[in-house]
Design a protein around this ligand. Structure first.
Ligand code: ATP
Length: 766
């Protein structure tokens, strides 16, 4: 296999100018070639490049964290590092480049690990920067919970730092004891030319990233995506020689991603700064990347982009084949015990004409949305469109959640109740009449904010963390670490508290008669979730492999030893990806009536994502049960359609999408989805209009309220894309046509073919 990144003809690289020019003693080089073994992958087809064979590890670890990595980066090459195995391997590699882990044997002087810096007399470790989004950014390592809802209220003095001030500390007003003429800018005394260049770059970046209008907002007020863009700009403005950018695409909306990628490419090619990208296994690798380091189970596949991707796919395919036995076994179970499908029920959340405003900045402006039991929503919207704000109203964290009820002017005819012009009703009650403790147990959440804020106390085990999910606590409570109950039930009309419990009495509190039954249910439920989403599902350990290849359809009673061990593990000691899946378990354990999952997959490895998706969907292939009951409602917030565990095509009545834009929200059907698609060529637009008209004229009989019955929709779509019934152009077009338009296309094509047949026949006859 050719894995030399120089295979890309677009990049004629100078072979002598290397970023990494690691040097190995002769005997090492010989050994490294001979004893490479099957576990590592390397390239060395360029005679000028030198081999680096490194093992690196934390001084605390007797075993190296990685072995046999050979990686040379030359000036001009564009590289990305992909975390294929999870467990934070990419983080370890980046930290090694930053000098935080030891390399053995260390590349000796004079070049060292970064000859392009060392030989130029620069200190690598002060000239390389990292911006990481895959890892915990705030809250430090301490055990305290910090208030992640602070941004919604009045901004505190310590949080007043604006985006501009954060980028240019010299613009921070001087302390009061200095004279106002004595600005920091003058004190710092930046040369004018450099300043002009910096300003030009700043303007370019801030415009391209769409942050001009946020410059004078406090940093704390920026949305997740806006903050990420700002952090990247800040790192670029520091002008390091090399910027390690870890998971920059996570949390960015679909419009911003290509803009950021093209900017990074531009900067890298100008060497100001050079960039190495860190990507998740599920991220698409940009076309312009030449070389990939794909980290996997303590080693790496290193080489050209395409060849590494081919190799990874080959390995994945063979590992999937190995697990076929499990799938077959579990499918048998599925046939015996089908999981009930979602059942639509009572209204859980009812928002009408919601408004959220900060001074003259309107974030939500007349938004209405209803969420019912059993529904599965995908909440979507560009960065800054108000998704987090909306969720904070639902969870009651936002102070403006109390002030959403407005009444119509009383009419002259007296009536017993005045209708509202706007309201926020949570579980049939205005937010102000719902105690926060009850709300916390009725709505469970996973979000980047919660992940950052969740306390990491050294003595907190995985069990403790999962157990806090029942009552929405942040510290373990109760004798068995499964909470102590909130003593109330959330009222969901007819379906009181349906969707949770299933054997427990969730209104009970410690000390009450029903508590024993509730506690017993909670303990069993923690084991159930730990077994389904714990290491058995993703670790690939010998134990779990033995279990997964077992042909017995009868699961062994009780949790496995691996699960028991995991339950006892200290939560803060886990790698980030495992902390994330534990917090997902926390969100699912209590069977709360409403579950909010915001950017849930970021930082998890592929096997975890697969296990969690299966569990949420209720596929019996992943742990033998459904993560979400038929009466529970779920909202998934993500910028990536493919991250949603369900598809609207499965059942449009249950699986829905709500889009935020311009302060408003609207439900997107398949139809509006396509109509909203940007930059379609006008010919396609024209075709679509014709098809829609044809659909209305010729096929309106099959339409009901403009929404197709699913069987009709799929038949029509299939017919529209079938090469036997349409031309190749219309077949390609069917990819961008809505169901209704596809029906139109079908009728139009049939109609035109009929006309052709008639015309043809008449030619023959006459
Ligand atoms: N205290 C505040 N003052 C002014 N504007 C604010 C404040 N808090 C939030 N905003 C603005 O509200 C808008 C919505 O923010 P929100 O976090 O809800 O967006 P989002 O849709 O979740 O974005 P993302 O996809 O980036 O996470 C943003 O433009 C943000 O700058």
């Amino acid at each position: 296999m050719d894995s030399n990144p120089n295979e890309h003809s677009t990049n004629p690289l100078p072979s002598s100018n290397q970023l990494y020019r690691p040097y190995l003693p002769r005997h090492e080089r010989r050994t490294s070639r001979r004893s490479r073994g099957g576990s590592s992958y390397s390239y060395n087809s360029d005679p000028h490049s030198q081999i680096q064979r490194i093992q690196f590890g934390d001084i605390k670890h007797s075993q190296p964290l990685f072995r046999d990595i050979e990686w040379t980066v030359k000036e001009g090459e564009r590289w990305a590092v992909v975390d294929g195995g999870g467990g934070g391997e990419k983080n370890v590699l980046f930290n090694t480049l930053l000098g935080r882990y030891r390399i053995s044997p260390h590349p000796p002087p004079p070049g060292g690990l970064f000859p392009f810096l060392t030989l130029a007399g620069r200190d690598p470790y002060s000239d390389i920067s990292i911006v990481s989004f895959g890892h915990r950014s705030q809250g430090g390592g301490g055990g305290e919970f910090y208030d992640y809802s602070a941004r919604y209220g009045a901004v505190q003095e310590q949080d007043r730092l604006t985006l501009r001030q954060s980028l240019f500390p010299e613009t921070i007003p001087p302390p009061s004891h200095l004279s106002t003429n004595d600005t920091n800018e003058q004190l710092i005394n930046i040369p004018k030319k450099e300043k002009d260049e910096e300003n030009a770059l700043f303007k370019h970046l801030i415009t391209k990233m769409g942050l001009e209008s946020f410059l004078d907002l406090p940093m704390i007020a920026l949305s997740n995506g806006q903050t990420r863009r700002a952090r990247i700009i800040k790192a670029i403005l520091r002008n390091p020689s090399l910027l390690l950018l870890d998971e920059p695409l996570t949390g960015l909306d679909a419009t911003t991603r290509p803009l950021l990628l093209s900017t990074l490419r531009e900067l890298h090619d100008r060497k100001s700064p050079r960039v190495i990208l860190g990507l998740r296994a599920q991220d698409e690798v940009p076309e312009w990347v030449h070389g990939l380091v794909y980290l996997y189970s303590g080693t790496a596949i290193v080489g050209g982009r395409d060849s590494v991707l081919r190799e990874v796919e080959k390995r994945l395919r063979s590992s999937e084949e190995r697990t076929t036995t499990t799938t077959t076994t579990n499918t048998l179970n599925a046939e015996q015990d089908p999981l009930p499908s979602p059942q639509l029920g009572e209204l859980l959340i009812d928002m009408k004409n919601i408004r959220v405003q900060y001074k003259d900045r309107k974030v939500l402006d007349g938004l209405s949305w209803q969420i019912k039991q059993g529904e599965r929503w995908h909440l979507i919207g560009e960065n800054g469109s108000g998704k987090t704000t909306l969720l904070s109203l639902i969870t009651g964290d936002h102070p403006q959640s109390y002030t959403q009820t407005r009444y119509a002017a009383p009419s002259s005819e007296s009536s017993t109740s005045t209708p509202t012009t706007s309201h926020l009703n949570l579980f049939s009650r205005p937010r102000s009449r719902l105690p926060t403790t009850l709300l916390r147990s009725a709505i469970s959440t996973f979000s980047p904010e919660l992940f950052d804020a969740f306390p990491r106390r050294a003595n907190m085990s995985v069990w403790d963390v999962v157990g806090t999910g029942f009552d929405g606590d942040f510290v373990p409570k109760g004798k068995k670490g499964v909470g102590s109950g909130v003593g109330m039930k959330v009222d969901i009309g007819e379906g009181v508290a349906k969707g949770r419990g299933e054997g427990g009495c969730e209104g009970a509190m410690e000390g009450q008669d029903e508590w024993k039954e509730e506690e017993q249910w909670r303990v069993e439920r923690v084991w159930e979730v730990l077994e389904a989403l714990g290491p058995e599902a993703w670790s690939g350990s010998e134990d779990s492999r033995r279990k997964s290849t077992s042909t017995s359809a009868i699961p062994a009673p009780g949790p496995s030893p691996l699960t028991k061990e995991f339950a006892k593990t200290s939560f803060p000691s886990l790698p980030i990806s495992q902390q994330r899946i534990v917090l997902l378990m926390r969100a699912l354990v209590g069977r709360a009536p409403l579950i909010l999952l915001d950017e849930v997959w970021s930082g998890m490895d592929e096997r975890m994502v697969r296990a969690a998706r299966g569990y949420l969907r209720g596929d019996l292939t992943s742990g033998g049960g459904g993560g979400v009951g038929p009466h529970q409602a779920v909202v998934v917030i993500t910028h990536w359609e493919e991250e949603v565990p369900w598809s609207r095509d499965e059942d449009p009545g249950v699986f829905k999408r709500f889009k935020l834009s311009g302060g408003k929200g609207f439900e997107q059907t398949n139809q509006t989805d396509v109509l909203a698609a940007p930059d379609l060529p006008s010919v396609v637009q024209g075709m679509r209009q014709i098809c829609a008209i044809a659909s209305t004229l010729l096929g309106s009989a099959v339409l009901s309220d403009g929404v197709l019955p699913s069987s009709t929709s799929s038949t029509a779509a299939a017919a529209a894309s079938s090469p036997t019934t349409t031309s190749s152009t219309s077949s390609a077009l069917s990819n961008v046509l809505s169901s209704r338009e596809a029906v139109g296309m079908y009728y139009l094509t049939t109609y035109m073919m009929a006309v052709l047949v008639v015309v043809g026949a008449s030619q023959v006859l006459y």
